[in-house]
Design a protein around this ligand. Structure first.
Ligand code: ADP
Length: 299
């Protein structure tokens, strides 16, 4: 089962929510769809699940165009929409039965998904009696009744407390092992905890697409330096092996190097030669956090 988006553009009236977005997700990956609010993540997920059909470009699930086949595509996808809409007055089992009926699958699936999502202890309750964490499990259980091979989860951990968060992440990771999963979030740590690939969106555009293991091996180092006075960016960019320099605060700069050699001594020499004092000097490696900040702060 694969997900494919090719040159997807979507307007809401004059607002461009997606701008020529393309990616392919092969079977078995758990992909984090990361980006600040308004980046276009939910819109893309609604397109991939067949709930939005007026867009430009080609979106396919397992090589089938979603536009003409929304109903059959929805049978292959487990979708947890943003804010997890549930019928709060229903009992857990009643709600799952409702979903089993929609998908016309075996009633045996009710107990199977209860077990899969560790809902057992709460399964006799009404949904409005459940904690937010357990409600999220009910949403996941409902998304899983028809045993879909593809999971599309829109901000599945929003609003959970730290313990619930860890439990749900763990659950998604274990369920996702045998599926193709796209999970949206604005939390970088979530991607690091669950995913093996990250796609970063910003202002409707895809701005990064990386395997997490590649990021871990990235040689790029970033030096964060704070001087006692301002420095011309051009002067910093002339330093040995600097790829780029960015001003990130008052007298504060980030310098990007593509080398594993510790470059801090060069900064010391530069400060000394320029009559500057260094107030802070930190070295860090390129990580998902840096990549995300680098991409989303500058715009
Ligand atoms: P995200 O999920 O990353 O927060 P969305 O896909 O919800 O982003 O939104 C992308 C952009 O599209 C935002 O600017 C948002 O305001 C706009 N948008 C989303 N849904 C609608 C809608 N139904 N009508 C008008 N504009 C919308």
């Amino acid at each position: 089962m694969s997900i494919s988006a090719k040159n997807i553009t979507k307007h809401y009236q004059s607002q461009k929510a997606l701008d020529e977005v393309s990616f392919d997700i092969p079977k078995g990956q758990i992909v984090g769809f990361l980006g600040p609010n308004g980046a276009g993540k939910s819109t893309m997920m609604k397109i991939l699940t067949g709930y939005i059909s007026n867009y430009e470009g080609l979106a396919k699930i397992n090589e089938t165009d979603i536009k003409d086949n929304a109903l059959s595509i929805q049978r292959q996808i487990g979708y947890l929409p943003e804010h997890n809409p549930l019928y709060l007055d229903m009992y857990v089992k009643e709600f799952l039965k409702f979903n089993v009926d929609i998908y016309k699958c075996s009633p045996k699936r009710i107990n199977q998904v209860i077990e899969l999502t560790n809902l057992g202890s709460e399964s006799h309750k009404k949904i409005n009696q459940l904690s937010k964490g357990y409600r999220q499990r009910v949403g996941l259980a409902a998304a899983l009744v028809h045993d879909p091979e593809i999971l599309i989860l829109d901000e599945p951990t929003t609003g959970l407390d730290p313990n619930q968060l860890v439990e749900i992440r763990h659950l998604i990771k274990s369920i996702g092992q045998n599926k193709t999963t796209l999970l949206s979030t604005h939390i970088m740590q979530e991607v690091e905890a669950i995913c093996n690939r990250v796609i970063i969106m910003n202002q409707g555009q895809l701005v990064a697409d990386e395997m997490l293991e590649d990021l871990a091996q990235n040689q790029q180092q970033i030096i964060h330096v704070e001087f006692d006075y301002s420095v011309e960016l051009e002067a910093l960019e002339r330093l040995n092996k600097v790829q780029k320099a960015k001003e990130i605060g008052l007298y504060e700069y980030e310098l990007y190097f593509e080398t594993s050699q510790d470059m801090r001594s060069y900064i010391f020499d530069f400060a000394h030669d320029s009559g500057l004092k260094i107030k802070t000097l930190n070295r860090k490696h390129q990580s998902l956090e840096n990549l995300f900040r680098e991409i989303t702060i500058k715009t």
